[in-house]
Write a protein that binds this ligand. Sequence first.
Ligand code: ATP
Length: 243
Amino acid sequence: MKDVAVRVDHVSMKYKLMSGKVNSLKQVFINAMTRKITYEEFSALEDVSFEIQKGEVFGVVGLNGAGKSTLLKIVAGIIKPTSGAVERFGSLVPLIELGGGFNAELTGFENIYLNGMLLGYSKKFIKERTNEIIEFSELEKFIHTPLKNYSSGMKARLGFAIATLVKPEILIVDEVLSVGDYKFKEKSEAKMKSLMSSGTTVLFVSHSIEQMKSMCNRVLWLDQGRVKEIGPAVEVCEKYQSQ
Ligand SMILES: Nc1ncnc2c1ncn2[C@@H]1O[C@H](COP(=O)(O)OP(=O)(O)OP(=O)(O)O)[C@@H](O)[C@H]1O
């Protein structure tokens, strides 16, 4: 019997887009009050089905707007699909919009507690691991500086260090490796590889096709919200590149 980590079953996602002529916020307000707002539906995902096996590194490629982030957010349980179902077998950590739970007014140190607790870690656990987080993110000098003075790469480093503190069974990674500099990329890639070699299942989106080829077992190619191909990483990536 196959050992499934994630099952995506006939998932579709329709976003509502405001339609009709609206020139100002005032007009939106008036239309809302008079119930004149009409919506058009936009289909970001259409009948997407696939399974990821335990321990597999599964990539998703596709052009801008193909629906990759939408799919990852649905698998992570951050948004609900319009139809279809997702089953996850194991603890899951999403590395999506890293530091989404950060507060810009608080320092890096304070945000470690805030973000850690949002991820479900206990205060005691965070206290024990704070040095490890600071060391991995290389933010020793800035750890007592408010986050609003951090660069986006610095925030990503801190978010990555906190999120990967415990070994999840399923890791969802959306483009986070592209935010940092080359040093952070190498370090976070190494960390991901060590998680992968210890059996973590990974669902991964990156615009770097070379990274997809070298890190993934299988790849799903999304084209305007539909599955175009699913297969061995190198084979699918080469078809995608030669489209
Ligand atoms: N909250 C939303 N409301 C309306 N439309 C949305 C919303 N989020 C995404 N979309 C639309 O859904 C489509 C898919 O977006 P998504 O971000 O999933 O694509 P993507 O493949 O991740 O793109 P990229 O490579 O640019 O990151 C796009 O056309 C986008 O405009």
